[in-house]
Design a protein around this ligand. Structure first.
Ligand code: ADP
Ligand code: MG
Length: 255
C-alpha cells in the first residue's frame, strides 16, 4: 500500500536569496529506508518540510504514488498529509496529555474535519492506537502522562502516533538528536523494524554518518541545498565523506 516518492528539480529559495534546496531530483521506491546526511544548514530539514507541505517550495514537483503534492489544494493536501508521518527532534507531544491521547492524534487525518476538530474518535481508532503503543514497546503505559516520561520514551510515543496514522512514508528530522547514544540506537532500531515489518518508506535526517550506515538501505548527502551523493552505505568512502563534510574557507568564515 505504500508508494514511491518522486522529487523533480525541487528548489526552495528563501526571501534573502539563499537556496535551501537547489534542483533536487530523487526517487524513493516504496519501502526504502533513506538516510539524508550533511552539515548543519545543508538543507535536510528544508527537504523534509517541503515533502510534508510545511514549506512551499519555489519550484519543482513532489509526488507520492500518482498524487502530486505540489499544487494540491487544501482538501487534497489534508488527504496527502495523512499519508506522510513526521517525527521531530523535540517529539512535539502534548506533554500534559496521556500517551493514548497523544497517539490518538495520529488518527485525526482518518476522521472528517469536524470530528477531528472535536477530537471524536471511533473504537477502531483506539484499537489502532493500542496496537501502535504496543509496537513501540509501551503497552501498559497508555494512561501515563508524557511529561513524566524520559526523552527516549517520549520519542517512542511520537513514533506510535505516526504509526497510528498508518502513513505510506515517515519523515524523521534528526529524531535522536536530543537522546543519548543508547537511546539513539534503540530509536533507530525501532524505525528500522517499522520499515521492514510494515514496508513504510522512511526518510531520516541524520547528523552522524556512522549511524546511517547501520540502519539504512541508501544514503543521500546534501551540501548547500544540492544533492552531492546518492549510494549505498557500503559505498561511502572516506574521500566521499571528506567532500561532504569538509568546509570551504568561505564556510569556515561564516561560522
Ligand atoms: N525559515 C527560513 N528562512 C530563511 N532561511 C532558512 C529558513 N529555514 C532554513 N533556512 C536556510 O536554509 C538552509 C538550509 O537549512 P536547513 O534545511 O535547516 O538545514 P539542515 O536541516 O541541513 O541543518 C540554511 O542556509 C538555512 O539558513
Ligand atoms: Mg535540520
Amino acid at each position: 500500500m505504500t508508494a514511491q516518492l518522486t522529487l523533480t528539480e525541487l528548489t526552495m529559495e528563501w526571501p534573502n536569496g539563499t537556496r535551501g534546496l537547489d534542483a533536487i531530483s530523487l526517487e524513493v521506491p516504496a519501502g526504502q529506508f533513506v538516510a539524508v546526511i550533511g552539515l548543519s544548514g545543508a538543507g535536510k530539514s528544508t527537504l523534509l518540510r517541503s515533502i510534508n507541505g510545511l514549506i512551499k517550495p519555489t519550484s519543482g514537483l513532489i509526488s507520492l504514488g500518482d498524487q502530486q503534492l505540489t499544487g494540491a489544494d487544501a482538501h487534497q493536501l489534508r488527504a496527502l498529509r495523512r499519508r506522510v508521518g513526521f517525527v521531530f527532534q523535540q517529539f512535539n507531544l502534548v506533554k500534559s496529555h496521556t500517551v493514548m491521547r497523544n497517539v490518538l492524534n495520529g488518527r485525526l487525518g482518518h476522521r472528517g474535519l469536524a470530528a477531528a476538530l472535536l477530537g471524536r474518535f471511533e473504537p477502531q481508532d483506539e484499537a489502532k492506537a493500542m496496537e501502535a503503543i504496543a509496537a513501540v514497546g509501551l503497552a501498559g503505559r497508555e494512561e501515563s502522562f508524557c511529561a513524566a516520561m524520559s526523552g527516549g520514551q517520549q520519542q517512542r510515543v511520537a513514533i506510535a502516533r505516526v504509526l497510528a496514522q498508518e502513513p505510506d512514508l515517515i519523515l524523521a528530522d534528526e529524531p535522536t538528536a536530543s537522546l543519548d547514544p543508547k537511546l539513539t540506537t534503540s530509536v533507530l532500531g525501532l524505525l528500522r523494524r517499522i520499515n521492514q515489518d510494515r514496508g513504510i518508506s522512511i526518510l531520516l535526517n541524520l547528523h552522524e554518518i556512522e549511524l546511517a550506515k547501520d540502519y539504512c538501505d541508501r544514503v543521500i548527502a546534501l551540501r548547500s541545498g544540492r544533492l552531492i551523493w546518492d549510494g549505498s552505505p557500503a559505498e561511502m568512502s572516506e574521500d566521499r565523506l571528506e567532500e561532504i563534510y569538509k568546509l570551504s574557507d568561505e564556510e569556515l568564515e561564516a561560522l
